[in-house]
Design a protein. Sequence first.
Length: 231
Amino acid sequence: MWRATVLTLFPEMFPGPLGLSLSGDALSRGVWELETRQIREHGLGRHRAVDDTPAGGGPGMVMRADVLAAAIDAAALDDERPRLLMSPRGTPLTQARIRQLVAGGGAIVVCGRFEGVDQRVIEARALEEVSIGDYVLSGGEIAALALIDACVRLLPGVMGEEASGHEESFEATLLEYPHYTRPRDFEGRVIPDVLLCGDHAKIAQWRHEQALRLTRERRPDLLAADRKTRD
Ligand code: SAM
């Protein structure tokens, strides 16, 4: 079974949205498992401190290496699953990495808080830093929810139609084509005729052209990266 273990100071944030809809149904059917671990259980002293002031000065607080290492060891000693640290300076998360995580049986996900995490625990516990985008969240929990959601929906038996996992944006190089449904006329905007003609080859061709157009307009970097891998 695919298993996610989340280390966090806010276990109440889980399963959160993952407890609803497709991922929630799959969770209650036992298709995947979610375990949360409270980092503060390994905190120090009467107040279970998990953070301290940054060496070298500066604003904010830093999560202590010894506390986080103890939490990781308690949750994941001798565990083969990848250890991810949600981090804005990490490697940008891609659909390809999500597919690897799905195939790999699960993930251990560490959620940072404050100014971040002491560098030494990242190195000592071989944490892979993963970013969900070039913006800064106040903690790793929302990033972890996004990562786990992207994995869970690809597990066998989670999505209604298996095929829908394969024709989406990023599965190939192109962004997805535009979708339409009833009514045929919405405030004077009509569904393109080609989608109503019943000719599947023509529809596929139109969708491909639209996907190409959108990718050129919005994400030319995807096309450039694809050309590079083909060369
Ligand atoms: N001082 C850090 C910096 O400038 O890179 C930002 C720390 S942020 C306020 C606190 C935590 O939120 C981070 O340790 C990380 O776990 C999480 N986080 C914030 N933005 C993220 C992003 N884009 N992707 C993944 N995790 C993020």
